[in-house]
Design a protein around this ligand. Structure first.
Ligand code: GLC
Length: 504
């Protein structure tokens, strides 16, 4: 929205912001969010950002599907039944709503689609998340206080942008036409491509299956449907927001996205870094052997000793580096496996925690057996162990081939564990070579090897290493400025929507 002339220039922005805050109602819609359900980094962001926005005065609700592993609190829960369109009729959905630590949460119970062990990875994922989108849309229509903004995340919820744009002009569904949408892209890699008839499930059929819409090589592309029709788009780091517009970098959608971005006002396409809650703090972490701050770094040694004991690695004066993350090609685990044997020969101890492609898992199991005392491979996801690793390891290796933002490198920095990263996406935006970590550019095991050698050399200079640890621990990774950047997108959406006036 435009600046108002108030005669008190110092307060203009604040007044503008709060005028908008008081009239916006945001529903933050995601497939996963901590502490309820987590597969990847999306869950951390969806768990933390809405709370931070709420603390800044935004009226925001978190909307999630009810996954099998989630539990509804015993008290203080409202419920509502609604029907969503299904093949050949309607299908029931129950919405449970409660307030968790000041944040309103709405979960959508669609047992046919979500009473399953996993969050993703089924052949009918497209149908499943379509049902979730339809339930959120139906709820928005019925709600006494409908959302003015739907904040969508990744392909799972992107079709809500398409649904609001194609809402009927009259009747109850017309409420959706007033809703503005922001699509946050956490990953271009996963697009939710399904059979073309999925468009019918949304009640839109051939209307949306066009080249400039949801059509993709004859199928329905959920992420593309969001890119086509969202009112604003952002990604989770400035570098990634530029990278994915370049040929070869947007998993096939780069030129379509670039074309859409050209049609948006510049302020409605942004790269906003994901940040971390205050709870990621070695000074208060109850799960580590000894708590510490940047003024008591010597205490970190007990954490290193405890970690070595736990993982059966011998006590040494040399460095211990870790990899914590999914074992998939895109995260660069292949680069690490190439560099690891020589690094271990040079005295590096290596801890790898993660699960993923069975080929990587098998090769790592074999490598660990061949290097006892140098490599500990922990197959699986283990959040408490990850904390002990951040507190005890000296370096965190993130050789990602692409990384929208990356949270582990920021967590590691909070814990004084120096990140060694490839210069891509959010890694390039958060790690400064020689200051709070080490950065390499080339997508090769040798480039990683060289960066690790530099890190190992620096490690042997105790004073210099401590200085870098302190720099890392003092790097600002709090949510505040990113949350404010989201508020300014919300405000712009409200400003040009006309919704503001109708609600004031
Ligand atoms: C995805 C991206 C990761 C990002 C996270 C949260 O997992 O791969 O880079 O940090 O989403 O946005």
């Amino acid at each position: 929205m435009g600046k108002r002339k108030t005669g008190t220039p110092g307060n203009e922005d604040e007044q503008c912001r709060y005028a908008c805050l008081s009239c916006m109602e945001v529903w933050y819609v995601a497939a996963e969010a901590t502490p309820y359900v987590k597969v990847g980094g999306l869950a951390d962001v969806a768990g933390e950002l809405p709370r931070n926005l709420s603390q800044l005065g935004v009226r925001i609700r978190l909307c999630l599907p009810l996954h099998e592993s989630m539990t509804i609190p015993a008290d203080g829960v409202d419920s509502l039944s609604l029907d969503i369109p299904a093949e050949g009729g309607m299908e029931p959905c129950t919405v449970y709503a409660w307030v968790d630590d000041d944040l309103p949460v709405q979960v959508y119970d669609l047992p046919r689609w979500f009473a399953r062990e996993r969050v993703y990875g089924y052949p009918d994922d497209g149908e499943r998340y379509a049902a979730f989108c339809l339930a959120v849309a139906a709820h928005a229509v019925l709600h006494g206080n409908p959302p003015s903004i739907l904040h969508l995340n990744d392909w799972h919820t992107a079709p809500l942008a398409m649904l609001t744009r194609h809402a009927p002009a009259s009747g109850p569904g017309a409420v959706l036409r007033q809703v503005r949408t922001l699509l946050t892209i956490h990953s271009m890699e996963y697009q939710g491509v399904a059979r073309p008839s999925l468009a019918d499930r949304f009640g839109l059929g051939s209307r949306v299956m066009e080249k400039d819409g949801a059509e993709w090589h004859g199928g329905f592309n959920a992420l593309k449907s969001g890119i086509a029709w969202a009112d604003a788009i952002n990604t989770v780091s400035p570098t990634y927001s530029r990278d994915i517009l370049r040929p070869g970098n947007g998993f096939g959608l780069e030129s379509f996205l670039a074309q859409r971005v050209r049609g948006l006002p510049p302020s409605l396409y942004a790269g906003i870094l994901n940040r971390l809650d205050k709870s990621w703090d070695p000074a208060v972490d109850k799960g580590i052997a000894e708590r510490y701050t940047d003024r008591s770094l010597q205490r970190r040694r007990s954490n290193a000793a405890a970690l070595r004991r736990e993982l059966c690695l011998p006590e040494t004066d040399g460095p211990m580096a870790a990899y914590v993350g999914r074992l998939v090609h895109g995260k660069g685990i292949g680069l690490l496996m190439e560099a690891a044997p020589v690094l271990m020969e040079k005295g590096l101890q290596l801890v790898i925690l993660g699960a993923g492609d069975s080929e990587f898992q098998e090769r790592l199991t074999a490598m660990a057996a061949a290097h006892p005392g140098s490599l500990s491979f922990q197959c699986g996801f283990d959040a408490p162990l990850a904390h002990r690793i951040y507190a005890g390891a000296d370096m965190l290796i993130m050789p990602s081939l692409h990384e929208a933002c990356g949270l582990s490198q920021q967590i590691a920095m909070r814990y004084g564990c120096l990140p060694v990263v490839r210069k891509t996406g959010g890694l390039a935006d958060t790690v400064m070579d020689g200051d709070n970590g080490f950065v390499f550019t080339k997508e090769s095991g040798f480039a990683l090897f060289r960066a690790m050698r530099r890190a190992m050399k620096t490690f042997s200079n105790h004073g210099r290493w401590e200085e870098m640890m302190r720099n890392a621990m003092r790097t600002d990774s709090s949510w505040e400025s990113s949350a404010k950047a989201y508020i300014s997108i919300y405000s712009r959406l409200m400003g040009d929507s006309g919704v503001k006036n109708s609600l004031l």
